[in-house]
Design a protein around this ligand. Sequence first.
Ligand code: APR
Ligand code: ZN
Ligand code: ZN
Length: 238
Amino acid sequence: ASTQRPEDVIQRYMQVVAGVADEDCIICMDQLSNPSGYETPSSEGGALNVLPDAVGKFIKCGHTLHMLCMLAMYNNGTKDGSLQCPSCKTIYGEKTGTQPKGKMEIYSISQALPGHPDCGTIQIIYSIPPGIQGPEHPNPGQPYTCRGFPRFCFLPDNDKGRKVLELLKVAWMRRLIFIVGTSSTTGEPDTVVWNGIHHKTEMMSNLSGHGFPDPNYLDNVLSELASQGVSEDCLQPA
Ligand code: APR
Ligand code: ZN
Ligand code: ZN
């Protein structure tokens, strides 16, 4: 969680607007001309300056909603100092996730992947040991399990594959690759699962559908990374 006060995060990325059009707030579905249904949260630091009838406009995408509704949504999340517009999903700041502690290792394999005959292979190994859920997880204080770890993943070792690797390293640092939740494959709750950034877990076979060949894979994973706020602008110029 961020050390910044939630209302400061809201005010960094939203501007108060006056004379609001007759539109609905996408969070509470009430009209923007009515006050937010959420109460101003009491804070240790004194009175909050987000008023129930304040309407805010996001500084980049321009979408408008009750500032207090956005504050409630922020307080309900990981409170990492970033905001995501609920209308268009534009990310403000640096989105982070709740992936538990573990390690990401990278190896190079000379063998080619099906569909990528002209290059070798990058192997990523994710290892996450079981542990106890923190306050950011669904059931704090309860254990979480880790099935199928270490997980072995593969990328073609070409320019685009190496770019995906660099972005996956950023996503790992930001704790976005895995979450603690319920596995849609096994139904098991309180376990470490993939978080919407697809990985290829089969190298020479494709029994699960998560193998090669897949001509669209690198583009698909680039757009999944982008939807979590991880794109080329996150990489330092080499
Ligand atoms: N390999 C890669 N991705 C997978 C796999 C797989 N074998 N199975 C499912 N996914 C993708 C799904 O497409 C979905 O988008 O992971 C996402 C979350 O699915 P869950 O079933 O909730 O994920 P999880 O329980 O973490 O893993 C399912 O993936 O890597 C394997 O060993 C792992 O067998 C497990 C399987
Ligand atoms: Zn609202
Ligand atoms: Zn927006």
